[in-house]
Design a protein around this ligand. Structure first.
Ligand code: PLP
Length: 494
C-alpha cells in the first residue's frame, strides 16, 4: 500500500533522514573495524540472546531504533575472528576494502546468475585472475561459490559427468557401478558431504594413510587401493589432494599426484580451501603447492587466507566445456538473447547449482585491486613464520609439547606432561582452550591426534603481530599455572 508521499512503505519515507542514520551506522561499523584489537569474542548472555530473538514483528519500528539495535545488540556479538589473537578453526579476518565493496554491491543488488551487466564481467575477471594465480591453463572455467564445501560438490559432480559421459546427469547413478574417491586421512569433511549429497554415500570415500601426522598421502597405498577397488568392479572417480589440511596444515605432494593421475587417467581435485594460496608465499612454503595448476579442479576460499568477508569461495575446472556441459540447463524462461540485458552468454548459472547469485565477485575484485597480490602474499608468508615462531616459543618454554613442526600456518600443541594419561592431558588442553576464549586473550580450537585432544592454532590473520604470539604464549603459561588442581593432579587420584 502506498503512503501519503506516494512511495512504498518499504522505501525510506525521507532519504535524507535515512542518510543520517546510515552514516551513524557507518561510523559505528568503521569504529568496530578500527578497534578490532579491543573486541574479542564475548559470550551472548541470556538477555542479549533474547534481544537477538525477538517475537515475530507484525508492525515495523522507526529507523533510529533499528540502527540502535544493530549497533548495540547485534554488532558486539561477532565471532571474534576480526581480533588479532583469533587462531581458531580456519577463520578469515575480513578487510576494510571488502567492506566498501559490500556497500556498493548491496546498493546495486545485482543478480549474478547471468545476463549482461557489470557484475558478470567483474566475476569473469576475478576467475581469470585465479586461473593465473594457480597456473591453470586457458580454456578452464570457474565460478564463485559460498565456500569450498560447495566448490567441492561442483568439482566432483563435474568429474562424474566426464567419467560417465552424461549418464549420471540423465539417469542418475542407479545403473552405474559404485564410485570411489581417494583422499588422505585428514581430508576435510566436505569431501564426504559431497559424496553423500551425490548419492554415493560416505563409504565411497577411500581414506589413504599419510606418511606422518603432517605429511601427504602415501602414493603406494593410493595405487594399491585403486587397484583393489578396480578388481572389485568399482569405478575410481577422483583423487582429492589436500592443499593445507585443517588439522595440521599438511599438504599432499600435488606434483606427484598430478603425474599419477595423468598416467592413470584419474581426475585430480585439489582441496585448497586456505592452503592453495600458499602458492603466493615465499619459499619454502610456496613449494608446498607446486603442481596445483595441473589439477582438473581446484576448490578454494577467499574468506579464509585472503581475508575477504564471508562468504566467498570459488572453483576452477580445467576443462571449461565439460564444466558447462555438467550444469548447463536453460528452460524457455532463461533463454539467451542476442542483444540486451538477456544476452551476456555464458551465464554463471550454467556452471553450478545456484540460479540466483549475489555479487560476491566485487569484494574479491576490490580486495585484490586495493592491496595487490604482493601485500596478500606478504601476509600469508608472515602467518607461516608466526606458526613456526609459536612452535619454537612453546617448545623452548618447557610447558608444552609440539608433536610436529608446523608445515605451514597451523601449529598443534598440548600440555607436556608425560606423567599424565592421554585423557588427562586432553582434559587439560580443552580446559586451557576454553579458559583463553572466555577471558578474551586468544582463541584456539582443538583437534584430536590419535587418542589425544591437542590445542591448535591456524593463523590466517593479517592483524596478528609477533607481539601477539608472545602475549599468547604468556597467556598459555598463565592458564597452565592457574589450571585447577582437579585438572593437574587428577593423575594422583589413580
Ligand atoms: C574450511 C575448509 C573447507 C570447507 O570450506 P568452507 O568454505 O567452509 O565451505 C574444506 N577444506 C578445507 C581444507 C578447509 O580448511
Amino acid at each position: 500500500m502506498a503512503d501519503e508521499t506516494g512511495g512504498s512503505k518499504l522505501d525510506p519515507a525521507d532519504w535524507d533522514a535515512f542518510r543520517l542514520e546510515a552514516r551513524r551506522l557507518l561510523d559505528a561499523a568503521i569504529d568496530r573495524m578500527a578497534r578490532a584489537r579491543m573486541l574479542p569474542w564475548k559470550e551472548v548472555g541470556p538477555e542479549a540472546r533474547q534481544r537477538l530473538m525477538p517475537p515475530l514483528p507484525q508492525g515495523g519500528q522507526p529507523l533510529t531504533g533499528i540502527v540502535n539495535t544493530l549497533i548495540e545488540d547485534v554488532m558486539p556479538y561477532a565471532t571474534g575472528n576480526t581480533h588479532p589473537r583469533f587462531f581458531g578453526w580456519v577463520h578469515g579476518t575480513g578487510l576494510a576494502s571488502a567492506f566498501l565493496a559490500e556497500m556498493a554491491a548491496s546498493a546495486m543488488n545485482s543478480n549474478c546468475g547471468g545476463r549482461d551487466h557489470g557484475a558478470v564481467y567483474v566475476e569473469r575477471a576475478v576467475m581469470d585472475w585465479c586461473r593465473q594465480i594457480f597456473g591453470m591453463a586457458e580454456g578452464s572455467s570457474g565460478v564463485l561459490t559460498t565456500g569450498t564445501s560447495q566448490a567441492t560438490l561442483i568439482a566432483l559432480v563435474t568429474a562424474r559427468h566426464r567419467l560417465t559421459g552424461g549418464t549420471a546427469r540423465r539417469e542418475g547413478i542407479r545403473t552405474l557401478p559404485p564410485m570411489r574417491v581417494y583422499a588422505a586421512a585428514g581430508a576435510h569433511q566436505c569431501v564426504t558431504k559431497a559424496l553423500e549429497a551425490m548419492g554415493h554415500g560416505a563409504a565411497a570415500l577411500r581414506t589413504i594413510a599419510t606418511e606422518g601426522p603432517a605429511a601427504g598421502m602415501n602414493l603406494e597405498r593410493l595405487s594399491a587401493t585403486i587397484e583393489e577397488d578396480k578388481r572389485n568392479g568399482d569405478l575410481p572417480l577422483a583423487v582429492v589432494a589436500t592443499a593445507g589440511s585443517v588439522d595440521a596444515g599438511a599438504f599432499d605432494r600435488i606434483e606427484e599426484l598430478a603425474d599419477f593421475c595423468a598416467r592413470t587417467g584419474l581426475w585430480l581435485h585439489v582441496d585448497g580451501a586456505f592452503g592453495a594460496w600458499i602458492c603466493l608465499a615465499d619459499q619454502p612454503w610456496r613449494g608446498l603447492a607446486a603442481g596445483i595448476g595441473r589439477a582438473d579442479s581446484i576448490a578454494f576460499d577467499f574468506h579464509k587466507w585472503v581475508g575477504v568477508q564471508y562468504d566467498c569461495g570459488g572453483v576452477l575446472l580445467r576443462d571449461g566445456a565439460n564444466h558447462h556441459e555438467t550444469f548447463a540447463s536453460r528452460p524457455g524462461y532463461l533463454a539467451a538473447q542476442q542483444h540486451g540485458l538477456g544476452g551476456g552468454d555464458p551465464w554463471f548459472c550454467d556452471y553450478g547449482l545456484e540460479l540466483s547469485r549475489g555479487f560476491r565477485a566485487l569484494k574479491v575484485w576490490t580486495v585484490l585491486q586495493s592491496h595487490g597480490l604482493d601485500a596478500i602474499a606478504a601476509s600469508i608468508t608472515q602467518n607461516c613464520r608466526q606458526a613456526a615462531y609459536l612452535a619454537d616459543r612453546l617448545r623452548n618454554g618447557g610447558h608444552f609439547r609440539v608433536p610436529f613442526a608446523p608445515p605451514s600456518n597451523v601449529c598443534v600443541f598440548g600440555i607436556d606432561r608425560s606423567d599424565m594419561s592421554e585423557e588427562q592431558r586432553s582434559a587439560c588442553n580443552r580446559a586451557i582452550c576454553e579458559r583463553l576464549q572466555l577471558e578474551g586473550t586468544s582463541v584456539f580450537s582443538t583437534t584430536r591426534i590419535g587418542g589425544e585432544v591437542f590445542l591448535r592454532a591456524a593463523i590466517v590473520n593479517h592483524r596478528t603481530t609477533f607481539d601477539d604470539i608472545d602475549l599468547t604464549v604468556a597467556a598459555l603459561d598463565r592458564a597452565l599455572e592457574t589450571l585447577s588442581p582437579d585438572h593437574l593432579n587428577s593423575h594422583a587420584d589413580q
